[in-house]
Design a protein around this ligand. Structure first.
Ligand SMILES: [Zn+2]
Ligand SMILES: [Zn+2]
Ligand SMILES: [Zn+2]
Length: 478
């Protein structure tokens, strides 16, 4: 939250006033050039009074006019009243989770109970329950009402939202969203992502077999998925420490679908508090396939979904057409000195130079099918490529042409399955607009810059430029 624009809504103002004081650590870290002499002072624990005296910006920013009452509110004074003066910026996080701290009790006590009740009535249920949870005094003022409401079955999602905020205090448990309860982890630190055909409980859950309350997951391919519990484990470990979950690279997998011949590789990175996913799916492709052959290559016979990894919106837009377009660029086999032979000579040249053969493109693609595309409805990007791939089972022709589909997705911060990005990837967040939410920095670029392998410098185009949403009804996809 920017100090220069203090919030004016009631709930937001309360949150602003009750938050841990970041302003002080920032003062210590970034002193203005003409206040250099204050730096050494700022690095020592300061009193509220000394802060007021030294920093002009501290005084100027927080004075705001309440839009509804026209009253000038000095948020600085309120904040100083609520903060323990001995804290440092680095401790702010722990202080936020320390329930024994007694900040500004007299100030809270100075407001009558019915006023606190009215304040709580304006808040979302999880926010009101959180406010009542902050101190004994606030609990007395607000009462057990919000907590009792959280118990109700219709408020299960709100209860999960409230409990998710207590994640830090539950390292040995994991929040189960179908139950909206914390369950004890039965294999703490040893949790392993397994194929869906393998029974792999992370905790004992009464709803484990309940078809009406399935745990949240996203489809990776037709035979694999990623349960939300693993996103929780990785993000908890990243946020609070190894005791809370598992490291990100424990999720990396490589597998081959024996039925389709497609091979897949998943990787993950945590960037700016979000878990990013990349799935590279690849299969050998023959040139000159008729439309029916292309469909057999791309789609599962069982559910007519693609063998490669897709988001929930793949039927709208151009994804499968881009794959077919790429397949049409494969040079057809000919005798004599045709493209196939020229292609083999290029392989031989690269082999002699001991360059990585995978770096050689199998065939050139048109601007339509070689662009990075972003799904407009979720934070997912795709790239279709023609590559050379090694076939270890074929000694006569070890390097073959292959089609590869790379998918990058932002899976959100892993706090709840209702997180905008996770819900959008599953197709549960219709309000999500990926071009507005992500902006110009591509997910693919952000992901690849973590390893420095390959940074796509191109402009990201829409996967569904006409924004037609026909889903199953559209005939374009098959
Ligand atoms: Zn459960
Ligand atoms: Zn093309
Ligand atoms: Zn999508």
């Amino acid at each position: 939250m920017a100090d220069s624009a203090p919030p004016t809504g009631l709930g937001a103002r309360l949150k602003f006033a009750l938050r841990p004081k970041k302003s002080r650590s920032r003062l210590a870290k970034k002193p203005p050039p003409d206040h250099m002499s204050l730096h050494s002072e700022a690095s020592r624990p300061q009193t509220a009074k000394s802060l007021h005296y030294h920093d002009g910006s501290m005084r100027a920013a927080p004075d705001i006019i309440d839009k509804s009452t026209g009253e000038r509110t000095d948020i600085t004074a309120l904040m100083h009243g609520l903060q323990d003066n001995s804290e440092s910026g680095e401790q702010a996080y722990y202080i936020e989770h320390d329930n024994h701290r007694s900040p500004g009790e007299p100030l809270v006590a100075s407001l009558p109970s019915d006023l606190w009740a009215r304040i709580a009535a304006h808040l979302q249920l999880a926010d009101a329950a959180s406010l009542a949870f902050t101190t004994k005094l606030l609990f007395q003022r607000i009462g057990p009402g919000p907590w009792e409401n959280l118990r109700l079955e219709e408020n299960r999602q709100r209860r999960a939202e409230f409990l998710a905020r207590l994640d830090y205090s539950m390292p040995d448990h994991l929040l189960c969203f179908p139950c909206a309860k914390f369950h004890l982890r039965i294999q703490p630190g040893q949790e392993t992502l397994k194929p869906p055909t393998v029974l792999n409980p992370l905790f004992e859950c009464p709803n484990a077999q309940n078809p009406l309350l399935p745990p949240s997951r996203i489809r990776l391919t037709s035979t694999r998925n990623l349960p939300f519990t693993f996103v929780q484990l990785v993000m908890r470990a990243h946020r609070y420490g190894p005791r809370y979950g598992i490291p990100c690279d424990e999720l990396f997998r490589r597998w081959k679908d024996p039925d389709s011949g497609w091979s897949h590789q998943t990787r993950y990175h945590v960037v700016k508090g979000h878990l990013l996913l990349r799935v590279v799916s690849q299969t050998f492709a023959t040139a000159g396939l008729p439309p029916s052959g292309q469909r057999t290559l791309l789609f599962s016979r069982q559910d007519y979904s693609p063998y490669f990894s897709v988001c929930a919106h793949w039927k709208d837009g151009e994804l499968t057409n881009l794959c077919k377009c790429a397949l049409n660029h494969l040079p057809k086999p000919q005798t004599g000195s045709g493209p196939e032979q020229q292609f083999q000579r290029r392989i031989d040249t690269v082999r002699k130079a001991s360059a990585p053969l995978t770096a050689l493109r199998a065939a050139s693609q048109c601007p339509e099918c070689r662009s990075i595309r972003r799904c407009p409805e979720c934070p997912t990007e795709y790239l279709v490529e023609l590559k050379l791939a090694e076939d270890k089972s074929d000694r006569a022709q070890m390097f073959k042409q292959a089609i590869s589909v790379t998918r990058w997705s932002d899976l959100g911060d892993g706090t709840t399955p209702a997180t905008a990005e996770w819900a959008a990837c599953r197709g549960d967040n219709e309000a999500y607009d990926s071009f507005e939410a992500i902006g110009r920095r591509a997910i693919s670029g952000t992901f690849e810059s973590q390893t420095g392998d390959f940074i796509p410098g191109q402009r990201v185009r829409s996967l569904n430029p006409k924004n037609q949403k026909k889903g199953e009804e559209g005939h374009n996809w098959y």
